[in-house]
Design a protein around this ligand. Structure first.
Ligand code: TXA
Ligand code: MG
Length: 368
C-alpha cells in the first residue's frame, strides 16, 4: 500500500500542501500513480524519481502549469525544460523530425539518461523551450517515471526538482528540503540510480554537440555515431543553462582541487590541517581511498567526511555525489573540499558538476 503523509511547509506564502506518496520501483503502486497522474492532468506540479535525479513535473502541453514550474524553482524563464516521454513512440507529439544521428542515439540509449535536442513540434508551448524552435526530449529509464507519464497520457516537462542553482535531488527528502510547500505532490521512490543528470546532445548541429555531459558517456555516444563529438554550448540563444558558471551549488563554498593526483591529495591534506589549526569547520567529499590517504579515518575534530565510495567504481561516485554534498552542507561547514576523478566516462559529468558547484578552483600542477 502507498503510504500517504500530508506535510505543511513552514515557508513564506504562497504555501501549498505537499502530499508525499511512497512508491516502490518493483511495484509502482497503481493508486498512487493514478493520483499523481490526475494531478498532472489538472495542471498541478508533481515531483517524481527518474534514474538520474528527481524531476519537478508538469503537463508539457499546459503553458500555465509549465509557468508554475519556473515560479516554484525560482528559475529564470529563459532556461528551457526537458520534456519526458513514456516511450520513444510518443516523440511525434513534441518533436517534428529526427535526423539519422538522432535515431541512432535514441535507439541505442532510450530509455536512459540521454536528452536529445530536436526540432520542436508547434504543439509544445514556447514556455517549455524558452522561445527556442528546438525541444529537449528524453525517455527516462525508471519504472515509476514511465508509469506516471503513461498514466497521465501527456508529455511531462521536468527540470531537476531543486531550487534554481542548488544541488540536484537524488532522494525525495532533498526535494522536500528545497520545494516543500511549492509542489503539490511528491512520489517518493527512493534513491536515484545514476545520480547525475542526463547527457544533453544537440542533434540539430553537425556534428552533434554535447551541451551537458551526464549519465551517458561521450565515449559511448561517439561509439554509436562513429564520429567525434563537439563539447560545449552552441553560440547564440541555444545555450544550456545547466552549463551556467554557478550551478548545482551547496550553501557552503566548495573548493575544488584538480590536477596531479598525488599533489592534489597533498594540497587537500595541507588545507585540512590549516582548517583544523584555525578552527574552521571543514567538510570533505572523499573517495574511500582518499579517506585513507588524507588520514581521515577517523577524522580529526572539526572535520566531516562524506564517503563517495571507491575510485574503482566511478558510477558509485556519481550516484553518491549530490547526496554527499547535501549531507555535508547540512552540518553547516565553513568550507567543503572536493576533487575530480578524471574525465573519462561518467568522470566527465562528475568533474563538470563539481566545477559548476565550486566557489573556488585550485589547479595543482604535476611536479616539474
Ligand atoms: O536527468 C535530467 O536531465 C533531469 C531529469 C529530471 O530528467 N532533468 C534536468 O533538467 O536536469 P534541468 O532543467 O535541470 O536541465 C535541463 C538542461 C538545461 O541545461 C537546459 O539548458 C537544457 O537541458 N535544454 C533544455 N532544452 C534545451 C534546448 N531546446 N536547447 C538546448 N538546451 C536545452
Ligand atoms: Mg537542474
Amino acid at each position: 500500500m502507498a503510504r500517504c503523509t500530508q506535510r505543511q511547509a513552514n515557508m513564506i506564502a504562497p504555501v501549498k500542501r505537499t502530499v508525499v506518496l511512497t512508491v516502490t520501483v518493483d511495484d509502482p503502486e497503481p493508486a498512487a500513480i493514478a493520483r499523481a497522474a490526475q494531478a498532472l492532468r489538472q495542471g498541478k506540479l508533481v515531483a517524481f524519481p527518474t534514474e538520474t535525479v528527481y524531476g519537478l513535473g508538469a503537463n508539457a502541453l499546459d503553458r500555465v502549469a509549465v509557468r508554475a514550474i519556473f515560479a516554484a524553482k525560482g528559475r529564470p524563464s529563459d532556461d528551457p525544460l526537458i520534456v519526458h516521454l513514456a516511450s520513444p513512440e510518443d516523440l511525434p507529439v513534441v518533436a517534428s523530425q529526427m535526423s539519422r544521428e538522432a535515431r541512432l542515439l535514441a535507439t541505442a540509449f532510450w530509455p536512459g539518461p540521454l536528452t536529445l535536442v530536436l526540432p520542436r513540434n508547434a504543439r509544445v508551448p514556447l514556455e517549455v523551450t524558452a522561445g527556442l524552435d528546438s525541444v529537449a526530449v528524453r525517455v527516462p529509464d525508471h519504472a515509476i517515471a514511465r508509469a506516471l507519464i503513461s498514466a497521465a497520457a501527456v508529455p511531462v516537462a521536468a527540470p531537476s526538482a531543486n531550487r534554481f542553482g542548488h544541488t540536484s535531488p537524488t532522494l525525495a527528502e532533498h526535494v522536500l528540503a528545497d520545494l516543500e510547500g511549492r509542489v503539490d505532490l511528491v512520489l517518493d521512490g527512493g534513491p536515484c540510480r545514476v545520480g547525475v543528470e542526463s547527457t544533453v546532445v544537440d542533434v540539430s548541429a553537425t556534428p552533434p554537440r554535447v551541451l551537458r555531459p551526464g549519465g551517458v558517456s561521450v565515449e559511448d555516444l561517439e561509439r554509436v555515431l562513429g564520429l567525434e563529438l563537439e563539447l560545449g554550448t552552441t553560440p547564440g540563444p541555444a545555450r544550456s543553462p545547466g552549463l551556467l558558471a554557478r550551478h548545482y551549488s551547496p550553501n557552503a563554498p566548495l573548493e575544488l582541487y584538480e590536477g596531479d593526483a598525488d599533489q592534489v591529495v597533498e594540497a587537500m591534506a595541507r588545507r585540512i590541517r590549516a582548517c583544523v589549526a584555525s578552527g574552521e569547520r571543514v567538510g570533505v567529499l572523499a573517495s574511500r581511498e582518499d579517506t585513507v590517504r588524507l588520514g581521515l579515518n577517523p577524522p580529526p575534530e572539526g572535520v566531516q567526511v562524506a564517503d563517495l565510495g571507491s575510485e574503482a567504481d566511478p558510477a558509485g561516485i556519481a550516484r553518491r555525489l549530490y547526496s554527499a554534498m547535501r549531507r555535508l552542507d547540512a552540518r553547516g561547514p565553513d568550507v567543503i573540499l572536493a576533487r575530480t576523478y578524471g574525465v573519462q566516462g561518467v568522470g566527465l559529468a562528475i568533474a563538470d558538476r563539481l566545477r559548476r558547484a565550486a566557489a573556488r578552483r585550485r589547479q595543482v600542477d604535476p611536479k616539474a
